[in-house]
Ligand binder design. Sequence first.
Ligand SMILES: Cc1cc2nc3c(=O)[nH]c(=O)nc-3n(C[C@H](O)[C@H](O)[C@H](O)COP(=O)(O)OP(=O)(O)OC[C@H]3O[C@@H](n4cnc5c(N)ncnc54)[C@H](O)[C@@H]3O)c2cc1C
Length: 383
Amino acid sequence: MNLELQEIRNSVRQLCEGYGEEYWLELDRENGYPTEFVKELTESGFLTVLIPEEYGGAGLGVIEAAVVMEEVCRAGAHAGACHAQMYVMGSVLRHGNASQKKKYLPEIAAGRIRLQSFGVTEPTTGTDTTNLKTTARKDGDEYVIDGQKVWISRIQHSDLMVLLARTQGRDEVSKKTEGLSAFIIDIREAEGNGLTIQPIESMINHHSCELFFDGLRIPKDNLLGEEGKGFKVILDGMNAERILIAAECIGDGRYFIDKASNYAREREVFGRPIGKNQGVQFPIARCYAEIEAAALMVEKGARLFDAGEACGAEANMAKMLASEASWRAGDMCMQTHGGFAFSKEYHIERKFRETRLYQIAPISTNLILSYIGEHVLDLPRSF
Ligand SMILES: Cc1cc2nc3c(=O)[nH]c(=O)nc-3n(C[C@H](O)[C@H](O)[C@H](O)COP(=O)(O)OP(=O)(O)OC[C@H]3O[C@@H](n4cnc5c(N)ncnc54)[C@H](O)[C@@H]3O)c2cc1C
């Protein structure tokens, strides 16, 4: 057993105990944001584990960050409220210039600035990212941004956002991935000055919004990385994002398995615990096996990422396997609890809704299968 990882696990578990399931249920009911929880997670250094020590973070790897996210989910919490701070920060770390890193990273590490939001998805292009329509036009010392984004999460609880926009038309570039640029947007200055934010009523409490850009002016210094090479800025962060989301699914899966096992031991019908029936016991055992197998892929992806090795296949497979396994565990947990699963008081239906997201966002299962088909198995390209 890796003692350092176990220590992180225990400490995150302890922190989460201060925010019981009632806390999360109440937030879910009123679409509230877990401000106190996120603040404590940040101040304890867990949300900033990936920031290098020279900028005030813990300088740890994705393997440690994954353990943090897994434990948050296993405790019945909703990591979607805060996970992006971990991986969006990576775009600034890897592609920011020296002055951007100096300006933002220590502030993020100290919890004074929140970089919790990234704007890629658009209503008319969806998964076809390189076809996005939002434009950033250079005008003197500024860029002027026009367009629309959808499903942009946590923007109302963030100070900064990383935005992807077109700086050159698709007809002006030879490759569709060119001509896109990434920007750091200071939401505090932008809102009301060319940026309008509209919350989306949705199935889970994920704080997602629609964004309208109408002549938003930002300093040209807010360009992140090279102009026209923004797709790489976003792409580089995706493997970490997928591994961390997969770790959340492992946490969700273990949460469901714990709940179902406890209930199956305690609930008595026909004069014996329901778990004595193999019709109840086997689905729990199957989900356990599936989650443990997916966890191995998450760990493999994280270790490759931390070693600086190619991990696209593993990160994608981890996300797919873990999100499917957590969903099946959620379904099993519902079935094990019978009618009580529908009572909000049991918390299962909330987690069941939350874990469903991860087969769709940040990337859907079909797109992962397409990645494996093309990039791992060398099958013909489909789009
Ligand atoms: C709660 C929530 C939070 C989100 N947060 C963010 C965020 O913070 N920032 C952000 O930028 N985005 C965010 N998203 C957007 C998310 O990343 C997208 O919803 C996701 O990438 C899928 O895009 P889409 O919804 O446009 O689906 P579409 O691209 O319209 O696809 C619909 C379905 O068709 C399938 N499909 C499409 N094309 C193909 C093909 N060629 N072959 C096979 N199948 C195909 C897809 O797999 C999918 O199942 C969020 C979404 C949700 C629901």
